[in-house]
Design a protein around this ligand. Structure first.
Ligand SMILES: Nc1ncnc2c1ncn2[C@@H]1O[C@H](COP(=O)(O)OP(=O)(O)OP(=O)(O)O)[C@@H](O)[C@H]1O
Length: 248
């Protein structure tokens, strides 16, 4: 089956210093895939998501969505299908209501108020006063409003950048449940950058492991956690060289 998204030898360096962040990253995403991107800090995981959402340009390589190179897409159309959920949620100036309706205005779609209310309620924000200024929300509330706002686009691929990092344990659990239910209902794929291997286990069936500027492992989650192939992944998971079975 044709992958929904194909990464073809993507390379990216830091503009100022020229230091390579990653090189020749190739991978494929099928409809409905749930992938966690793991790797130590500073490996370029967030940058990779930004490249995939066309917010940042790659230095080399191609990305194909539905078989068509990014160069043949209007960025706006691409970003209605491949939605980036930033680590630092961005609220548009104005009320929560105007934030929730913004994507409909931008993409000329009818606003689905019932779905918006349902999503906010599932995320623990059912009692939110929509006439409040969005800027007055707490960091965790902004994160959840941004999540609901992005889901209203019904994207084919969610790019989740440490989406629950600023949430308390209860809100984090609600966000995970909402996203799993969304996946079952809408069949969207998700590529999730997380620093939490347990969250990666819960939320994904595949792992992309980035280290030393390369996609070192692209494998089933179970196999990655039980039998990581590379020394870098073993070190990341703090496994002894002999394998998990050699643990005392
Ligand atoms: N536009 C930019 N200008 C300068 N440096 C940048 C730019 N974009 C990324 N970097 C640097 O590239 C490195 C990788 O950043 P990135 O946020 O993609 O990594 P990461 O793997 O997601 O890190 P973390 O896990 O800590 O969030 C960092 O050192 C960052 O400072």
């Amino acid at each position: 089956m044709e992958p929904i998204l194909a990464l073809d030898r993507l390379s990216k360096s830091i503009p100022e210093s020229g230091r390579s962040l990653f090189a020749n990253v190739s991978a494929q995403v099928a409809a409905g895939d749930r992938i966690a991107v793991l790797g130590a800090s500073g490996q370029g995981k967030s940058t990779l998501l930004k490249v995939l959402s066309l917010l940042v340009g790659a230095d080399r390589g191609d990305i194909r969505l539905e078989g068509k190179s990014f160069e043949q897409w209007e960025p706006k159309d691409w970003r209605s299908k491949v939605v980036y959920f930033s680590q630092q949620p961005y609220m548009l100036p104005g009320t929560i209501e105007s934030n929730m309706t913004a994507v409909s205005r931008l993409h000329r779609r009818e606003f689905d108020r019932r779905l918006a209310e349902e999503l906010l309620s599932k995320l623990g924000l059912g009692r939110l006063d929509w006439s409040k200024e969005a800027e007055t929300l707490s960091g965790g509330e902004k994160q959840r409003v941004a999540l609901a706002r992005g889901l209203l686009l019904k994207p084919d691929i969610l790019l989740l950048d440490e989406t629950t990092a600023s949430l308390d344990a209860n809100s984090k659990a609600l966000a995970e449940e909402t996203l799993l239910e969304w996946h079952r209902r809408e069949g969207s794929a998700a590529i999730w950058v997380t620093h939490d291997p347990e969250q990666a286990r819960r939320m994904s069936e595949r792992i992309w492991f980035l280290s030393d500027g390369k996609l070192q492992e692209d494998t089933a989650a179970e196999s990655f956690f039980e039998h990581p192939v590379t020394a870098a992944a073993r070190a990341y998971l703090r496994l002894p060289e002999g394998g998990p079975s050699s643990c005392p």
